[in-house]
Design a protein around this ligand. Sequence first.
Ligand code: NAD
Length: 469
Amino acid sequence: MNNQSPASILERQSRAFLRDGPPDLTQRRATLKRLAHAVKANADDLAEAVRADFGHRSRHETLMAEIFPVIAAVRHARFHLWRWMRPRLVWPGLELAPSRGRIVQQPLGVVGVVSPWNYPVQLALAPLVAALAAGNRVMIKPSELTPRTAEALADMLGGLFPEEDVAVVQGGPEVGAAFCRLPFDHLLFTGSTPVGRKVLAATAENLTPTTLELGGKSPCVIAPAADLAEAAASIAAGKLMNAGQTCIAPDYVLLPAGSSQQFVQHFVGAVTKLYPTLLDNADYTSVINGQHYARLAQLIEEAKQGGAKIVAIDPANENPPPQSRKLPPTLIVDPGENLAVMREEIFGPVLPVVGYETFEAALDFVNARPRPLALYYFGPEDQNLQKLLARTHSGGVTVNETLSHFIAENLPFGGIGPSGMGAYHGEAGFRAFSHAKPVLLQSRLNSRILLHPPYGKVTEAILRFLLRG
Ligand code: NAD
């Protein structure tokens, strides 16, 4: 899309931002509309690019999890933007009477976006929607692991926006590292926790405000009173979307000790219904590349060697060859806590199942690990749920379902601690990319004169008032 260095694109975008000033409501709504139209018009091409990058990616999943959230984000932003942009009038307080105050939402300038490969369209475009809604210019660095999608995005956005509004910079980790060292007015990074650490170190150099959307091990906690069949069906559907390559995919299951066998039966039944075959099944997505396939195979092998029970679900006994990268959904029952599968984010169709003796022990298990991006609870909305919500931390929670909180535009989406910092989606995205600027308007007649030297009795009296209890 461009032959210019990222630094010079940033400079041009910054200059254009200062030259043109913030776009008004009508301009922003029009920009978002054009973007949504283009995404819709290019949906099949984008889905094909993602499919080619993955080896196989279900077209329906691409439409549901990549195209729909972007269109929905635009629809939501276009509807609510007038309210988000409206300055909020505030009373500065008696002490400053008769001044007036307002909080003005101001675009930051140029926003950098670094996106990963697992949902390469959505995770590049949803931050773009939020940044444009807030009136910014944007530079996007997509993942090198999905090069066709990156190219398709660059083509689409290049045809839609001049480079001084929106630009796509392509390249791998070195380009990503250099990108994050640029003095953006805000940077949003979506990717792994280890790379997130490097990104924050890089943005610290310029004190660039940074949103980190990271990963982690998102637990599913099944309460003793839960319907195990329903929980298994929901976890299977959420886990196997995109073959488990989802930042908020259920990473492991905690269930009452003694119910593992029953859960396994329900889970196998649910998978068989969802995916009666794997190899040529258009609905079942491949693992992104050979390296990740080998990583997942190694996780399973290590667990097997460690004595865990392995349940590979291959409903039609196809035994998909590694080169298909269609890894059968695999349960790992009672894995040792030291196994890699219980320490690292799995990011594939592999699901450990761990028994707990008491619900408190399940909460302790979650709290003994880094704070996850998502947490799922299955069971009645009772005391246990209240305890779980009050005593565990996670980026977000969905109750009696998986993944759903992600697509609710009215809910902020983000992690906490090692699973991320900051949030976006809907109004949270608008606020992430705006500066809430306080403005105080003083009247000509005000109390300032009474607080100036030479201090005297009047000042003393005012101070007594200011320092009252
Ligand atoms: P990754 O961290 O390897 O790469 C993400 C992006 O960072 C890529 O564009 C890459 O080129 C770039 N990059 C690599 N090294 C860099 C560096 N030193 N400095 C700056 N940029 C660099 O992640 P991935 O493998 O593409 O994605 C999977 C991870 O992303 C998982 O951990 C997953 O949980 C997480 N994720 C999080 C969310 C979320 O919304 N929180 C969404 C999707 C994925």
